[in-house]
Every structure is written in structure tokens, then in C-alpha cells.
Design a binder for this molecule. Sequence first.
Ligand SMILES: *[C@@H]1O[C@H](CO)[C@@H](O)[C@H](O)[C@H]1NC(C)=O
Ligand SMILES: *[C@@H]1O[C@H](CO)[C@@H](O)[C@H](O)[C@H]1NC(C)=O
Ligand SMILES: *[C@@H]1O[C@H](CO)[C@@H](O)[C@H](O)[C@H]1NC(C)=O
Ligand SMILES: *[C@@H]1O[C@H](CO)[C@@H](O)[C@H](O)[C@H]1NC(C)=O
Length: 444
Amino acid sequence: MSPSFPSSLFITLCLWFLSASANAYLRLPLLHKTPLPLPSPTQTLLSDIHRLKSRHRFVNSPVVSGAPSGSGQYFVQLRLGSPPQPLLLVADTGSDLLWVTCSACRHNCSSFHSPGSTFLPRHSSSFSPHHCFDPACSLVPHPNPNPCNRTRLHSPCRYRYSYSDGSMSSGFFSKDTATLNTSSDREDKLEKLSFGCGFQISGPSVSGPSFNGAHGVMGLGRGAISFASQLGRRFGNKFSYCLMDYTLSPPPTSYLIIGDEQNTISSNRKMSFTPLLINPLSPTFYYIEIKSVKINSAKLRIDPSVWSVDELGNGGTIVDSGTTLTFVPEAAYVKIVTAIKRRVKLPSPGKLTPGFGLCFNVTRVAKPKLPRLSLELSGGSMLKPPPRNYFIDTEEGVKCLALQPAGKEMGISVIGNLMQQGFLFEFDRDRSRLGFSRRGCAFA
Ligand SMILES: *[C@@H]1O[C@H](CO)[C@@H](O)[C@H](O)[C@H]1NC(C)=O
Ligand SMILES: *[C@@H]1O[C@H](CO)[C@@H](O)[C@H](O)[C@H]1NC(C)=O
Ligand SMILES: *[C@@H]1O[C@H](CO)[C@@H](O)[C@H](O)[C@H]1NC(C)=O
Ligand SMILES: *[C@@H]1O[C@H](CO)[C@@H](O)[C@H](O)[C@H]1NC(C)=O
């Protein structure tokens, strides 16, 4: 929960269920989509980098968030409205708001939009915007000016949600019924899910081909309006996911699980834990603390202060499912690159790969031996990802380090979704801790 919202406001975001089964949790299939037409991984990832590089300082605005990028994304299907309209949303732990692209179209909509390409609120009997004077409306950022007539029956709550790269979604903060599949293979009708009905969408990370056909973003952040917060009260205040390796064929299925599925599959996962920290100046994000970095077994001499959050709220490390690559402070990046270079006896490619600082030509070796990167986290746990989580094939025979320096203007380190692949991650919001396990994905 975000400390910046008075708790009385939470009550107004209550959820009502037509059916409720005890101890159920929510299991939503996570899909991975590759943009069409198929660009090279380098192109895809570079657009991600450009978006991230233009991040504003986080202190400038209360709701800037990790921009969801169109590449290497994980999607969740949500059915919204009565009757339900299926929508594909980017699963994003780096933002709070759930929003969908909306069209005010009432008649003959298929001549304006290809079927299923947008949410049609006028085709849903249960849709309504929050009133601008409704307490729920105070939970979203507003446009300026923000017309609101308290006495008018219909004066919708206007929102304007900005991402750190300047992308934004604006429209009416609304509510409608969501139809969800629970673990007990039942359909739950979730009334009054609050979401942004977006009429104006702009910016590279939420529109155009890079958004990859998504209908919106499912914000899973810490804030009161996020999908995780709204559903946490019904299913349990934690969520987990496994992001499967999307280069595998056929692509494996994985799930976003909201609530506690502990009774069913906890037995042999051997979870490690690290505290989730709160930065009051960026209450959306799930922060973790990196203590040190090892390459193979050698601890790098990195000043620990490069990992900390300063008094302006800059710095620190977040876990973000909506960003592909991993970003570390410049000082740490330089040390990591140097340490890897020293241990790898592979030639450099003939030409530079734009956007990547360290690449190897691996055409001559069948199984190149790459050093192991491990992150020591607060609480004593170690995140030891396999090399494929931080080395990617940018072209035939070329492997590049999928780590980027987080410049000053970015002001934050990010554990991106590539680094998270193959691990079960559990965001336990009540206990404020992140659990992770390399064994946890076997069931998915
Ligand atoms: C919608 O379609 C119907 C028949 O399919 C047609 O009679 C009507 O003129 C159309 N309306 C608009 C606004 O295009
Ligand atoms: C607010 O709405 C009421 C009722 O519709 C109307 O009488 C009043 O003029 C409106 N006030 C403003 C400032 O628009
Ligand atoms: C929900 O469950 C029904 C019946 O089990 C199934 O047909 C449908 O595909 C499921 N939908 C999603 C989004 O999982
Ligand atoms: C990698 O090395 C091989 C020969 O060792 C060479 O033919 C090839 O062009 C190199 N690839 C790149 C991208 O530099």
C-alpha cells in the first residue's frame, strides 16, 4: 500500500463479488508477444533503451513510473464489461494504473475499429465513470485544467497518467465488471474494478507498433489503484509470476497469480527472500536493495552508496516487469564490464553493436563459457541468474551483455524482465518482501 493515501480512501475502492469461493486465488495466463513484423532483437531492445533514456527525474512528479516498453513484454488477458470484452494488457510492476484504450463508438463500431481492438464502454451495461467528486477520483492524477462540477449528476473523473518517458494515457477514471477465472476453475465476476478508460494515448511506450497490439497496461505497482491492490483485498495481498524464456519454441505458458496459492504448490520451491523497500517519493515501485555484485566468485569493489536512494528520492533498484533490460548505476556498470572482459577470452565482433557496450563473437565456440553474475541482496539472499538472463544474441554468432548503465537522468536501477526469466517471483505486499526461486516455475 502506498503511504501517501489516507486509508479511508481505500474503503471507497471496495470490491463486490457476485460469487466468492473460499481460499481461491486468481490465475491469469501470461503471454509473450513478439512484435510483427519481426524486428531483430537489437532493434526491439534499442527502442526500449531509447524510451528509458529519456526518463525524467522521479522527483518531478508524483506518479511517474517505469515506462512499459513494447518489446519483450508479458501480457495478461482481462475480460471487461457486460457482456465481457477480452483485452490484452501489458503486465507492469513499474506502474499503478490499469487502463485500456477506449472508444466512444456506439453503432457500427467495426467500421471504425477492427473488432476487439479497443474497449467499447457503450457496449457494456455495467460501465460507469467515477464521479469527479467521488473519493476514488482523488487517487488518480488529473489533467490541468480539471473541470469538475460537484452538483452535476454526470461530471466524470478525468485522469492523466504519465510515464517517465513522457508517454501518457488520459481519459475517464471508471469502473466496470471484470470476469476472471479463479483457481477453482470458476468464473468470478468482479464488480467495480476501477480503471482508466483512455481516450487520448500518446508516446512511444504506449502507442504505435512498439506497443505490440496491447489494449492497455495492467499496473501492478504498490499504489492503491493498481490491479494488485484492488484484487489483493479479495484474493490476498500478494502476487507472483514466472516469466518464461520467450526464445523457447513452443513458448511455454506461465501465469500471473494473485492471492495465495501456497497450499497447492509451496512444498519444494526453496524460496529466497529480500525485503521490499518503500521510497515515499516514488510510492509506485517495488524497491529492493543490492548489497554487492559478484562475477564468478569475486566480489566487485563497488562503493555501496551507488545503490542507495538519496534524500531527493533518486537512486535505488526496482523490480520492473515492464522493462526488458537491466539498468545499473554507471559506476557499477563499468566495474561489471571490466570484470567480465577480464574473464572471457572470446574475440569482439568486427563491428560495434549499437546500444551494447560489451559483445563477443561466439561463432567459433559451440558452448561459450560466460561468467556468472550474482547479486547479493539485502537480507542475505543471492540472486544468481543463468547467463542467458544477461547475455542476449543480438545477431547470429554475437552475444551481448544485456546490462545498461543507468545515467543520471534515469536516476534509478531496474531489474528488467529478461533478468527475471525462469524465476518465480512473489511480491508479498503484506510482509513487504520479495521471494524468488529458480525451482518455482516448474509447475507453470
Ligand atoms: C449502421 O449499419 C446499418 C445497417 O448495417 C445502417 O443501416 C446504418 O446506416 C449504419 N449507421 C451508420 C452511422 O453508419
Ligand atoms: C454545475 O451543474 C449545475 C447542475 O447541472 C448547474 O446548474 C451549474 O451551473 C453548474 N456549475 C458550473 C460552474 O458549471
Ligand atoms: C476461463 O475459463 C473458461 C472455462 O474454463 C475457459 O474457456 C476460458 O478460456 C478461460 N479464460 C481465460 C482468460 O483464462
Ligand atoms: C566472427 O568471427 C568469424 C571468424 O572467426 C568471422 O567470420 C565473423 O565475421 C565474425 N562475426 C562478426 C559479427 O564479427
